[in-house]
Design a binder for this molecule. Sequence first.
Ligand SMILES: Nc1ncnc2c1ncn2[C@@H]1O[C@H](COP(=O)(O)OP(=O)(O)OP(=O)(O)O)[C@@H](O)[C@H]1O
Length: 618
Amino acid sequence: MPKAHWYAVRVGRRPGVYATWQDTEKQVKGFPGAIYKSFPHYKAAEGWQRAGNRLDRSALPSSLSRKSSKSLVTDEELDSNTSEKPFKLVKAVNRSNSDPFPAKNDTVIPPAASDPDLSPQQQEILRRIMDGENFFFTGSAGTGKSVLLRAIVKAFKEHERAEEAKVEEGWRRYLSGQDKDQEKGGRKRWKLGVTASTGMAAVNIGGTTLHSWSGIGLGELPAQKLYENILRNKITAKRWRTTGAVVIDEISMIDAKLFDKLEIIGRKLRGSSAPFGGLQIILSGDFFQLPPVTKGSSINCNFAFEAESWNRVIPKENMTALTRVFRQKEDKFVKILESMRRGTISHGDVDILRGLKRDVEYPEGIEPVGLYPQKAEVTSINLARLEALDTSLKVFMSCDIPGVNSRGFALDDRQATESCNKNTIWAQELELKVGALVMLVTDGVLVNGSTGTVVDFMTLSEAKAAEIYPPANNSGSNPDQKVAWPVVEFVPSKYASGRLAKKVIIPQMQVDVLNAWGSPEATRHQIPLILAWALTIHKSQGQTLERVKIDLNNIFVEGQTYVAISRAVSLDTLQIMNFSASKVMAHNRVIEWARPFEQEQEEEEEWDDLMANAELDF
Ligand SMILES: Nc1ncnc2c1ncn2[C@@H]1O[C@H](COP(=O)(O)OP(=O)(O)OP(=O)(O)O)[C@@H](O)[C@H]1O
């Protein structure tokens, strides 16, 4: 039998053809569902690999079906003879027999209900944005900014699809001679850049960071230099010129200087004197929450609303605060949060919040999520609690798959892991034991932020026999049938829109860190759970948590106390340790800036209510 010299990897970290087993092993060892074979001849290997690409692409998760940047296959070689038969099967996984997510609803936990219908105020903002206006919408925590943002992204995507279909039809008519002219691909009204100030916030809305989208690196160079750098990268320059609108979420964490630099770059690149060169700008966030991350103290930071260009970009009449709080239902709690936000907390409110230091007894015995200001505290609490359990430890390592970054460069394995660590909350190394308190960190399956306790580890078939099912939406990953995955008993949700079955098996799923074109820069395959005895307040931003315990001892930045307390849905299920009025730090400049604009809006709304209820006799 001839000696094998070439290895073809169809499914692995980087599909391609490899000359040594050592290189191949790196691609396939520990990779879920890896498919690879050895061949005596290169042509046979690449032919089999290529055929697999053609056959399997649609069946694979998008992250697994990308063409590898490290592949040894060249385009010329791809067109050559591929008829030689493979002689030795190293390992192949039959994917059709390994589907752990059967389609029938009775054998999976249905996904969480989709977003609620928009309120009239959210609808009105959506309408104005779709009319092409630059817009900033803000509002207290829990007023539905993220829900509105998701609706905006969806509406743009629908229009973009229709726009693309129209261009295709135009080309078809042009090529068939029915039309004389076909417009060259220019600016696309509905092409939307979905961005956020931080990687975590970007992943939450299926977008990328503003830094990555705009191609400015750290953004510390002067605007002219950044502009010249972007000009050198054709892909980034084209993105700036052809995009119709850009969303920036969590705008409170963008510094004024950066905002101004981007505005200048927009004008230069797009050759127009309009703000941002005519690019539609959609901003969302709450300046009372977390401020820009700056070197040194946040006292010296400048907020985006202090940017020189802010008033030109966002006319006063295009700033709106969402006023209805959906997350908390109790009036008393909503009022306390409102006064904390404005830095006008009364003695009565302080007494109420101080009184929340008592332990809360939960009937199901599942503990609350602990929120702490500092990462070091969080790590040591989770470790100590895990060690205290006398059940056996299971460690799940993530499988991180490199993609291509916004500048068109392929990442290596280390960079992919760094990108996933920086931009997602999903663990690189997840340590679990029976008895561990965990939180679900993905949307679309059950409810993001649901907490529960690990009660067992089972393979998918063992779980099925015990009538314990995985969530319906596996977000594209392919969990190993032989691995025992955690079974989690979740707290039945009282407030969240989805209802949880009590015991759910949570196998490996996938999360993408997207580049500026919306394709993966890195993909992490991991169980979407994190230990929840302790979580940093920064990582809790955007979450709705039903049982919360907050320690304010080491609060270090304005907005942190407000972000932490506003994650809770009710005073009954909230415990606060170390509360004092001095811990409620609202930024004075934010209070001053927001007061007239919010007051004016309140007066307008009062007037609208009055007119709506008035019995007009003319
Ligand atoms: N129109 C609506 N009708 C009913 N519920 C809504 C509506 N909009 C939002 N919600 C609910 O309110 C809760 C908070 O929404 P969301 O996370 O969008 O608020 P947010 O303003 O982004 O909060 P934060 O600033 O804390 O991130 C969610 O449970 C969401 O489903």
